[in-house]
Design a protein. Structure first.
Length: 94
C-alpha cells in the first residue's frame, strides 16, 4: 500500500499533467519555457545573477518533469519503487 507521500505525489503529478495538458496549459508552458528555460542562465561576472536565472530555469524544468511523470505513471512507479536489496548470497559461490 503506497504511503501518504507517494499518494500525494501521484495526485500532484496527475494534476500537473491535466493542467498543462490542456491547450491553454501547453501554451503557458511553452511561454515559460521560452522565457526561462531555453536561454543561458549564465550571467558573466555575476554569480548571484546566474543563481537567480538558474532558479527560474529550475522551476520550468520541475514543471516539465512533473507533467512527464503525470503522463507516464510507469516511470513514476519506477521512481517510487525502492531498489531491491542485494544479499550476500547473491554473490557467485567459489
Amino acid at each position: 500500500m503506497p504511503d501518504d507521500r507517494s499518494a500525494r505525489l501521484r495526485e500532484t503529478v496527475s494534476d500537473y499533467a491535466l493542467v498543462f495538458g490542456s491547450a491553454q496549459g501547453k501554451r503557458v508552458l511553452a511561454d515559460l519555457t521560452s522565457l526561462f528555460a531555453e536561454r543561458s542562465s549564465y550571467v558573466p561576472g555575476d554569480a548571484h545573477g546566474t543563481s537567480f536565472k538558474e532558479g527560474e530555469r529550475n522551476v520550468v524544468l520541475t514543471i516539465q518533469r512533473r507533467v512527464f511523470l503525470g503522463k507516464n505513471p510507469k516511470e513514476l512507479d519506477r521512481l517510487l519503487t525502492p531498489p531491491a536489496e542485494e544479499g550476500v548470497d547473491e554473490w557467485p559461490s567459489q
